[in-house]
Write a protein that binds this ligand. Structure first.
Ligand SMILES: NC(=O)c1ccc[n+]([C@@H]2O[C@H](COP(=O)([O-])OP(=O)(O)OC[C@H]3O[C@@H](n4cnc5c(N)ncnc54)[C@H](OP(=O)(O)O)[C@@H]3O)[C@@H](O)[C@H]2O)c1
Length: 268
């Protein structure tokens, strides 16, 4: 059975990936910080889908913990066929109102850890001549929104660069660009999303399902939801001045000028 390692596996989009992959028969390595939740999830998945599930408790902003996940990805006897870099969060505060340590943690989890885990996974994948890497970015990548958006933009450029560099190999890379998705993301950052119209909300299972279908179709970018796909090209084509105005008016920032996750108006 193929093995998938998913970061941020206990909630939202990561948990949706894990359910889907388990249903398809993948063995799993689940990574997140909350050990109790991870173990419960592992027990449930193993029982429901008869797959092998390992638990790796790691705070990816901690360099030593991140290194343990890297080691697991390099283990020659237990190859990982699919890496899903999904863990992420936002402070929910404008830059300057959050602490520099919190801003740095965003970069550690969404830039440093993604770079290091991908590096660790790609070595063995290239040697074996097969493997997949998924990076869950955001539509926030294309509009200005503080360190969160900057990290997501790094993920987008990084993914595209890898897609170019891996051409001609049997190793695939996919960037996933969710718009606003119903998960724990906004509540964790204390962001009021009550003003967001229903049609702009995505379902985490749809995001994961679409991503896996796009990966298998050989695409390098995945955008769930017809409205987000329609708006994706538009937001990327916007003149930067207009992009800044759109970003300043996006839902979730009614009280704090730059306070939301950066789901923003969509792009792909
Ligand atoms: N929801 C949206 O509207 C939206 C839109 C665009 C993009 N995204 C992106 O989608 C990805 C998943 O977010 P989500 O919406 O599913 O959020 P979520 O429901 O809050 O889940 C986040 C997951 O990441 C884990 N995590 C958080 N910090 C971590 C750390 N330091 N080390 C290891 N694991 C950590 C959490 O588990 P523990 O707390 O146990 O560690 C949890 O499993 C993120 O990269 C996010 O930026 C979300």
């Amino acid at each position: 059975m193929p093995t998938a390692l998913v970061t941020g596996a206990t909630a939202g989009i990561g948990a949706a990936f894990v359910r889907r992959l388990a249903a398809e028969g993948h063995d799993l390595v689940l990574v997140a910080r909350d050990e109790r939740r991870l173990r419960q999830e592992a027990t449930d998945l193993a029982r429901l889908y008869a797959v092998r599930v390992e638990v790796l408790v790691a705070d990816l902003s901690d360099h030593a913990a991140c290194a343990r996940v890297e080691d697991r990805l390099r283990e020659p006897d237990r190859p990982v066929d699919l890496l899903v870099n999904n863990a992420g969060f936002t402070t929910g505060k404008p830059f300057g109102e959050s602490t520099a340590d919190d801003e740095e943690r965003m970069l550690d989890v969404m830039v440093r850890a993604v770079m290091r885990l991908t590096h660790a996974a790609l070595g063995p994948m290239r040697q074996r001549g097969s493997g997949d890497v998924v990076i869950v970015s955001s539509t926030a990548a294309w509009l200005p929104g503080g360190t969160y958006s900057a990290a997501k933009a790094w993920q987008a450029t990084f993914t595209e660069s890898l897609a170019v560099q891996l051409r001609g190999t049997n190793v695939r890379v996919l960037g996933v660009y969710p718009g606003y998705t119903r998960t724990e993301f906004h509540a964790r950052a204390d962001i009021d999303m009550s003003a967001l119209p229903d049609f702009l909300w995505l379902d985490a299972d749809d995001v994961a399902h679409r991503a896996l279908a796009d990966l298998r179709a050989g695409r390098t970018a995945s955008v769930a939801g017809a409205s987000y796909r329609a708006l994706s090209g538009l937001s990327r084509a916007l003149p930067r001045g207009l992009a800044r105005q759109v970003a300043a008016r996006r839902p979730g920032r009614s009280t704090e000028p730059d306070a939301d996750e950066g789901g923003r108006l969509p792009a792909s």
